[in-house]
Design a binder for this molecule. Structure first.
Ligand code: 3PY
Length: 259
């Protein structure tokens, strides 16, 4: 499938995206529609149903709104359950992110849930999925494209996940290893940004590289994202909707009130 995220991951530059935690097509479209003085484009949006306020009832509208702006909707399901992955894909996700991938067994199951038989066990019912893929017809066009064209992204964010990361990266069908730095620091019991944390991040990046897979990471602002881009990450979440709303609104108030 010729989706924005696939094109961006195959291209020479970093695939930048952002995190959507509000179930609002207007917020997603406002950010994606950009402005004349911001030529850089986000190629994907993480629709977060693990945390945040989005539920699977929102996937269809959000996926279509995001796709209509030329970006890929990537749904982070609440956890790596088959039925959750199926509902996200059936609503039109161009990719899925699964939290807490701890082992190659987890990874192999996730791949299985994203593919139709005989490769996997995804149930058949993509009546609505093709709507979020401009130019892709329902039926065999979508069905065949989805077998390899849906991005399968697993989060490495636990000590076990790091211990097994080379084996996870080697699983056929896994496209991207996505680091969750907050959960990773909690699971390892180390400071975010400290030496042990950064060493684990480097190991995940190296494991992805060695296996010919892509590496992604969640960032908290543009400076953080620039640093990770320079380290060689392929896919980067720059910030979150609420993160930017909050800091932006508070900083404007500070200026307005002369502080
Ligand atoms: C983490 O940092 O743990 C994430 O999953 C991104 O929110």
């Amino acid at each position: 499938l010729n989706t924005p995220i696939n094109a961006s991951l195959q291209g020479p530059s970093t695939a930048f995206g952002f995190w959507l935690t509000l179930p609002s097509t207007a917020v997603a479209k406002t950010i994606l529609h950009g402005s004349p003085d911001s030529p850089a484009k986000y190629s994907w949006v993480l629709v977060d149903a693990e945390h945040g306020l989005i539920t699977d009832r929102d996937y269809y509208d959000l996926s279509n709104a995001i796709a209509s702006e030329g970006a890929s909707p990537i749904v982070r399901v609440p956890c790596a359950e088959e039925w959750m992955i199926k509902r996200a894909l059936d609503a039109g996700a161009h990719g899925i992110v699964t939290p807490m991938c701890h082992s190659e067994i987890d990874a192999a199951n996730i791949v299985k849930y994203t593919k139709y038989p005989p490769r996997g066990t995804r149930g058949y019912g993509p009546m609505f999925a093709p709507h979020a893929f401009p130019g892709v017809a329902p039926g065999s066009d979508y069905d065949e494209g989805a077998q390899t064209g849906v991005a399968v992204v697993v989060q490495i964010e636990s000590r076990a996940g790091v211990d097994n990361v080379e084996k996870i990266a080697a699983v056929d069908g896994i496209d991207v290893l996505f680091i969750g730095p907050f959960d990773l620091s909690k699971s390892m019991g180390v400071q975010r940004g400290g030496d042990e944390h950064e060493a684990a991040i480097k190991r995940i990046l190296a494991a992805a590289r060695a296996a010919g897979k892509k590496a992604a990471i969640f960032c908290t602002d543009g400076v953080d994202a620039r640093t990770r881009a320079e380290q060689g990450f392929d896919m980067i979440s720059v910030n979150t909707d609420v993160g930017v709303l909050r800091t932006g609104m508070l900083s404007e108030l500070k200026t307005a009130s002369g502080q």
